[in-house]
Design a protein around this ligand. Sequence first.
Ligand SMILES: [Zn+2]
Length: 280
Amino acid sequence: MRPERSCPVCGSSDTSAFLQRSSVPVHQDVVLASVAEARASGRGELTMYACGDCGFAFNAAFDQSLMSYGDCYDSTQTCSPEFSAYVNDLIGYLVEEREVRNCTVVEVGCGKGEFIRRLVGYPRGNITGYGFDPTHVGPDVEYGGRLRFEKRFYDEHASSLPADVVICRHVIEHVPDPLQLLSAVRRAAEQRPNALVCFETPCMEWILRHAVFWDLFYEHCCVHGTCSRGNISGWKADQRAASFEHTRMLAMLSNWRSDSVPLKNGWARSGARRWLVPWT
Ligand SMILES: [Zn+2]
């Protein structure tokens, strides 16, 4: 339980509860062997607060000790042809339009590794990849050593690994202290002068606008809104988009020391145009 209900992003005490559910399953992406095992799985309290100052939303009753991210956790979505096409187009956008090639990419929270595997395998990308995730299952090394997996959380020790590009998709909403994660990613990125950072996370505005309240659940202890993403601890987004039918937000951060970063390239011209809609 959080000792207080102040906003974990901006510290404001102007927060209000807007959703309360008791005894909800703490996990929803865990594959269990039996009905009995599922019924016996852990439960927790969902007490969602929203910050009146920055728009960030969080579960004030979240208890990290209830979470178990292990081999049985599987949030892979590329079995869906539609989602698989989205992932391919996003990777094409990164390589062809953001020039993510001939570089080292770190994926924070890579799950079973499908995104980083496709990125490293992109033709003529010449990318070396590292995936961090305690739920990863499979070989530690692929592509003859160009792709390596570390079966653990990405933390301050991992951030000593220099990265030209850091990818963090659908992770930050699982982290009760997002500023700590942002700091670790910054330490990895600031070792390279032109580092690019890419975050993707569910969009609070989409959830509220469409009244999709089942999209608020225990694993997502933090939910970001468009207003809470723009400038956190000095981070500046140079491109921000609504992605995958507006259900998610994608934020690209580069040259983060600068207050004003001109776009290096235009907006998505490739297949990613189908999925990415810029917001202003
Ligand atoms: Zn706030």
